[in-house]
Design a protein around this ligand. Structure first.
Ligand code: ADP
Ligand code: MG
Length: 596
């Protein structure tokens, strides 16, 4: 068969048109021009194709050729992914950089995973003649200290097994067994390829049941996300989106992290590339990169690579989900991805919708978030895995009515709204506790009740009640000042302040408080509510608010997040004791005064 070859006739930035393209398929990966730049067919009309090119197209000329690959734009999935840093189309940045220096040469090919490295492969007790189906685990490889890779039969393959290798040391290109399918033989290697724009299949979707514990109090306590859930972090420039995303990557209890950086500023991505390799996984003291994959859109990559990066990332996430892992994917920021869509759409001369975005913006956002979920994986040996997706949104001017924010809101179930005023007041994380929401609260109630405290959600609701009431009172205070409030309302305002400063504020850069485990969150809530209850009784008896607001007690409550580290939880008991003796003596004093 002669090689398929088209001919370029128009070049418009990353969008290239070619004729003589009969025989090519939609979404086929193609090699464009003499330099063989990587591209993808995004529209095909008989022999006329529109190609999105993932590399800089400067210098490309009409009449240069387009070569087919016969494959859809795909990623390679196998041992060696963990710890990698990829660009938007899974080219290994570190490898390219080592070979070609800081300025990536165009048209270079580098395998996404090391094809030569040998791995110790432990075969499952599978033997010649056995029947296998897609998703079945046939071997395991200890990929890093934190992750065991499970080698699976690719989703669409089933049949009888032959030529089974025994356990041993192999590279990823080794055929571990062959499956005799209806349509012929399939060699199963340590790696498989999967087209990025097609969600990987699973057996069934499961309901959310367990929180993805983040260590961020305002999230875990008030707006929790479940494993397999979706969340958006909208916020204007500098309100803390990136810091929250980094915190999630460091502290959330996911097994595998996929971090997609669509940086707004060039140096933001550099920070990720420099910072992440130095981070330590708090769970085992090993480098965090042993359970992390980074996808970085460097500034010298064209926008189309940014468009693809989201799909590359989520396909990798689904692959680890299929092994039975809880994967958390962060995308910072999806607005830059949407802008890439807009730019490409503009060059395609499509009819623009709101603010120049293409009319299919919302459905693209939806397709992305719908790939999150908790599932029963394909194949024998039951595995439950999840992909949680957390996308930052950076609306221009912090205006949440713009299309990317509103489009995202339709598909996500947690909305962690970053607040400019809070950020300016250095209240971090600046997640607004009145406008944010989580739709997982009711589904997760049982988990919190079983695993933390039967009353956890009651505590949470009471504290939220204090904050909501405080918000109403703040309106009055603004008009006429705090003095006019009756004492019980003054108390609410003061306790709300303790909650804001002592609970909601959490310094990402603090040694002790950067991560707050659920057990500590629970203890803190308990102590704050105990203070509120005891003080409330005294205030209702007529004791002045100024007296119950003793500095020494208030300071303890404000500082306990920093002063009590994870292994010293019995100190909460001491705080309670101190509080009791303070209120007991105040109570006695008041009784004596009254009797006298
Ligand atoms: P964005 O990504 O929204 O532009 P960043 O995440 O870069 O904003 O945050 C801007 C700055 O705000 C950070 O450099 C840091 O100084 C501060 N900040 C944000 N969140 C926190 C936090 N949780 N703790 C401490 N400082 C924070
Ligand atoms: Mg940022």
């Amino acid at each position: 068969m002669p090689e398929k070859m088209g001919e370029i006739y128009s070049i418009n930035g990353p969008v290239v048109k070619a004729k003589k393209m009969t025989g090519f398929m939609m979404h086929e990966m193609v090699l464009v021009g003499d330099l063989k730049l990587t591209g993808e067919i995004i529209a095909l009309d008989e022999d006329d194709a529109t190609i999105q090119v993932y590399e800089e197209t400067t210098g490309l000329k009409p009449t240069e050729p387009v070569h087919g690959t016969g494959d859809l734009l795909s990623v390679k999935l196998g041992p060696g992914l963990i710890g990698s840093v990829f660009d938007g189309i899974q080219r290994p940045l570190d490898v390219l950089k080592a070979q070609y220096g800081d300025f990536l040469k165009r048209g270079v090919v580098a395998e996404p995973i090391d094809m030569k490295k040998t791995w110790t492969v432990e075969m499952t007790p599978i033997k010649e003649g056995d029947t296998v189906t897609g998703g079945q685990v046939i071997a395991t490889v200890k990929e890093t200290a934190s992750v065991v890779n499970k080698i699976m039969i690719p989703p669409n393959i089933s049949g009888k097994v032959k030529n089974v290798k025994s356990s041993g040391k192999y590279n990823v290109d080794t055929v571990l067994l062959t499956v005799e399918g209806k349509d012929g033989d399939h060699d199963v290697k340590l790696y498989q390829s999967w087209p990025v724009r097609i969600p990987r299949p699973y057996k069934e979707r499961l309901l959310p049941r367990e929180p993805l514990v983040t260590g961020i109090r305002v999230i875990d306590t008030f707006f929790p996300i479940s494993k397999g859930g979706t969340a958006a972090i909208p916020g204007g420039f500098g309100t803390g989106k990136t810091v929250v995303q980094h915190q999630l990557a460091k502290w959330s209890d996911a097994d595998v992290i996929v971090y997609i950086g669509c940086g707004e500023r060039g140096n933001e991505m550099t920070e990720v590339l420099e910072e992440f390799p130095q981070l330590i996984d708090p769970r085992n003291g090993r480098p965090l990169m042993e359970r992390t994959i980074l996808i970085a859109n460097t500034s010298n990559m064209p926008v189309s690579a940014r468009e693809a990066s989201i799909y590359t990332g989520i396909t990798i996430a689904e692959y680890f989900r299929d092994m039975g892992y809880n994967v958390a994917l962060m995308a910072d920021s999806t607005s830059r991805w949407a802008e890439a869509l807009r730019e490409i759409s503009g060059r395609l001369e499509e009819m623009p919708a709101e603010e120049g975005f293409p009319p299919y913006l919302a459905s693209r956002i939806g397709e992305f978030y719908e790939r999150a979920g908790r599932v029963n994986a394909l194949g024998e040996n039951k595995r439950v895995g999840s992909v949680s997706v957390i996308g930052a949104v950076s609306p221009p001017g912090g205006d949440f009515s713009e299309p990317v924010t509103t489009g995202t809101k339709r598909f996500i179930r947690c909305f962690w709204e970053l607040d400019r005023q809070l950020a300016n007041a250095r209240h971090h994380p600046s997640i607004n506790w009145l406008d944010s929401y989580s739709e997982y609260n009711s589904e997760l109630k049982e988990w919190f009740s079983k695993n933390i405290d039967p009353d956890f959600s009651k505590f949470r609701d009471r504290v939220m009640g204090i904050l909501t009431e405080d918000d109403n009172l703040q309106q009055i205070i603004k008009l006429v000042g705090e003095d006019v409030l009756p004492d019980n309302q003054k108390l609410i305002v003061r306790v709300a302040n303790i909650v804001k400063v002592g609970y909601l504020q959490q310094d990402a850069f603090s040694d002790v408080d950067s991560n707050c485990p659920l057990k500590k969150q629970h203890e803190m809530l308990k102590v704050i509510l105990k203070y509120y209850d005891r003080a409330g009784v005294l205030v209702s008896k007529g004791v002045a608010v100024s007296e119950v607001l003793d500095d020494s007690i208030v300071n303890i409550l404000m500082r306990m997040k920093e002063n009590i580290s994870m292994d010293k939880f019995d100190q909460f008991k001491e705080i309670e004791k101190k509080m009791d003796s303070f209120f007991d003596s105040l109570d006695n004093k008041y009784q004596t005064v009254k009797e006298a």
